[in-house]
Design a protein around this ligand. Structure first.
Ligand code: HPA
Length: 271
């Protein structure tokens, strides 16, 4: 079933483009404008792909952008669907799997996240070094598509150490004070309670969000090399006294868009 749906979507995309990406990039909430930096070859809206999950959140674009960053052929997801929108987890990770099947061997995941580490500040960029996905269902539950990967995949280096080393160097070269830490995924759509955020900290988390970790599991399952950047758009609930709002998330993401863009371009070029 999973492969049938994936093959159908893949055939649909292949009927529209023969572009061969080397690297895949997922742009998180408020970070979608980065796609303006791409020398565009083709754009395919998710709604043009039969059976493809389409975002229901206002302001979330939903399309694939194929093109080049510097000279690297990339496929970019401008907007993603989230588990809280009601799709099964296998649908949520279908786009990432499809980018893998289109030929992308490397994956750069980005997101907006709440800062759980009290040393962080809104506007910080955090390189994801590891993740906790246990608060959401695994996208690998159910029949295992053996052609994608094994039943029990190893996750001991889910975020590539090689890529992390490059990202550290590039951030330093650009003068960007990069944070590092563990990303924790919850389902949302409600922001966490202060008690949940304390739990998250006790677990060893540094940032919390509603995406990414499930995508990383599915991509790693099929052998993609992964890195991730979180934009800390706000302090998580209870870390500061301020109530959380989607508007603050968007405003902070806008504020750091320039730094974010410079870092992503450097990463794409060097990884
Ligand atoms: N919690 C969960 N998801 C988020 C947050 C948060 O504080 N900020 C941005 N996305």
């Amino acid at each position: 079933m999973i492969m049938e749906k994936l093959d159908k979507c893949l055939a649909c995309v292949r009927s529209k483009t023969d572009f061969m990406p080397d690297t895949a990039l997922v742009l998180g909430s408020g970070l979608g404008e980065y796609a303006d930096h791409v020398r565009i070859s083709e754009i395919i809206n998710y709604s043009e792909i039969e059976g493809f999950p389409v975002s229901t959140v206002a302001g979330h674009k939903g399309r694939f952008v194929f093109g080049w960053i510097q000279d690297v052929p990339v496929v970019i997801m401008q907007g993603r669907v989230h588990y809280y929108e009601g799709y099964p987890m296998t649908d949520i990770v279908l786009p990432v799997r499809m980018m893998g099947l289109l030929g992308a061997k490397k994956l750069i995941l980005t997101n907006a996240a709440g800062g759980v580490n009290p040393d962080f500040r809104p506007g910080d960029l955090m390189m994801i070094t590891d993740q906790i996905a246990t608060a959401v269902p695994s996208p690998l539950i159910g029949e295992n598509p053996d052609t994608l990967g094994p039943r029990f995949p190893d996750m001991s280096e889910i975020y590539s150490r090689r890529m992390q080393e490059i990202i550290r160097l590039e951030a330093e070269n650009l003068g960007i004070g990069l944070r590092e830490g563990v990303y924790v995924q919850f389902t949302g759509p409600a922001y966490e309670t202060p008690a949940e955020v304390r739990m998250c900290r006790a677990w060893g988390g540094d940032a919390v969000g509603m995406s990414t970790a499930c995508e990383a599991v599915a991509a790693r399952h099929m052998g993609m090399e992964i890195c991730g950047i979180s934009c800390i758009t706000n302090m998580a609930a209870g870390i500061s006294d301020k109530p959380l709002s989607h508007r603050e998330v968007e405003e902070t993401a806008d504020r750091v868009a320039d730094q974010f863009s410079r870092l992503i371009t450097a990463i794409v070029k060097k990884v």
